[in-house]
Design a protein around this ligand. Sequence first.
Ligand code: ADP
Ligand code: MG
Length: 242
Amino acid sequence: MIAFSGVNKWYGDYHAIVDFTAEVAKGEVVVVCGPSGSGKSTLIRTINRLEEIQQGTIRFDGQDVHAPGLNLNQFRSHIGFVFQQFNLFPHLSVLDNLTLAPTTVLKLSATAARERAMQLLDRVGLAHKAAAHPGQLSGGQQQRVAIARALAMSPPAMLFDEPTSALDPEMVGEVLQVMKSLARDGMTMVCVTHEMGFAREVANRVWFMDAGRLVESGTPGDFFQRPKSPRAQKFLSDLRAH
Ligand code: ADP
Ligand code: MG
């Protein structure tokens, strides 16, 4: 579904992604972890071309993401991306947040979009908040709406960049629960997260990055019990100490 091949990216002189080659199969859940500044956000943002790359190729569902002439808006609208900040449209109701892109980009009828939006809100446990505005919701609820909004575009894959990092601790669980149910339903997912319980429970693979490189790629069992590199060992022991 997603394939990085020899990807390199620089910010000016800074080599942010170094010789990155890895694949995510359809239905697979990959958790990306690593120290702050290791390039996790940059990497995930190259998948829907929020960041340009200078070398290599990235394929998404067969499409060369960085090909010149790609219809960027069209392409991006089909990949679900959930950020740390919920970035809902504050002036729209929850329901309208979910129906906007499907009606404008996918040209769904208002009725069909509303019906689908209500199913998705039900799925994330927020059907009763359809008429509310984002500002009236808790952080955890807003993030669940953000996930539902991404799902409204029927994305073939979902990207998450620290979706629970801005949440109060008591709200982390409800968001992880929604992500787990997506994973169980076979969604292809790339998740940057420090929630190692989530990684253990639902990831098929863990990618450990350091200084822009993919240092380790393994099953959660391998990564957590038998990290090979000293950098991963240190990362995990720091995380546990924390
Ligand atoms: P992570 O998500 O793992 O914390 P990032 O991908 O955000 O790491 O950043 C990787 C490195 O690239 C960091 O050293 C960061 O300072 C640098 N970086 C990120 N974005 C930019 C940018 N827009 N311009 C210059 N440097 C950047
Ligand atoms: Mg980041």
